[in-house]
Design a protein around this ligand. Structure first.
Ligand code: GLN
Length: 246
């Protein structure tokens, strides 16, 4: 009898980085796990709340306006050591937009002080003069596509050894210049996924959602092959989004 599968997810700063509907990503991870009989939990980790880095398989941090980022940045830096320890030990992070920006070295907003990031990835972000808003289509290295919606003024640049999540087909992505979007960077035994794709991202990108679930499960269970789900509706939504203009 194989061991029952469990998946433990931490939601960082749920009450602050939450204005772009990114909690839909958690709903997707919960539902796609529950449909497979996986025992999945989501625990919020807020300001001044500590956590055991050995506890969680997946960490999620959403997007937010500069103001919310300013509120949480100092606290996130207090968690820096534990988040590095968690990812090096095999955990996965999915970070969207404002959360993604703070995983790099810094985020320099259009006004106010530069915000220190936790340097989990070799990247940095500087606000540009124009806001990048619209539909985005990204081609991943395996040829699959991601669809979503971007709304950011920050322009993120990746260090030379950092893997992007994919190449932009429609829209701006990281900075509107290098045609790269996000990051999919192995760190120790774990992985850091950053992206500018709101939407929320995962409901219309079931392949990526399942990649995150499988990676999260692999931290404490032997590598798991997820049974397929009926993704007709998700794939229809994905195909329609592919046809949207930027
Ligand atoms: N405030 C950041 C920016 O404007 C992040 C925005 C977001 O999370 N959508 O770039």
């Amino acid at each position: 009898m194989s061991e029952p599968l469990t998946l433990r997810i931490a939601h960082l700063y749920a009450h602050f980085l939450n204005i772009y509907g990114d909690r839909g990503n958690l709903i997707t991870l919960l539902q796609r796990s529950a449909w497979r009989g996986i025992g999945v939990t989501v625990d919020p980790i807020g300001l001044n709340e500590d956590f055991d880095p050995a506890m969680f398989d997946i960490y999620f941090i959403g997007g937010g306006q500069d103001k919310q980022q300013q509120i949480i940045a100092a606290d996130l830096n207090c968690r820096r050591k534990k988040l590095h320890e968690a990812v090096n030990g095999g955990s996965v992070i999915l970070a969207v937009c404002g959360g993604y920006q703070l995983l790099g070295h810094y985020y320099r907003p259009a006004s106010g002080d530069e915000l220190a990031g936790i340097s989990l990835i070799d990247a940095w972000t500087v606000a540009g003069s124009r806001r990048m808003i619209g539909n985005v289509v990204v081609r991943r290295p395996d040829g699959s596509t991601l669809v979503g919606f971007e709304n950011h003024s920050g322009r993120t640049f990746l260090g030379k050894d950092v893997e992007p999540l994919g190449r932009v087909i429609t829209g701006n992505g990281n900075n509107g210049d290098d045609h790269l979007e996000g990051t999919a960077q192995a760190v120790g035994r774990g992985k850091v996924f950053g992206t500018y794709l709101h939407g929320s991202l995962l409901p219309k990108n079931p392949i990526f959602a399942d990649e995150l679930i499988a990676l999260g499960l692999a931290r404490r269970h032997n590598s798991v092959k997820l049974p397929p789900l009926d993704d007709a509706l998700e794939n229809e939504a994905h195909e329609r989004a592919l046809r949207l203009r930027a």
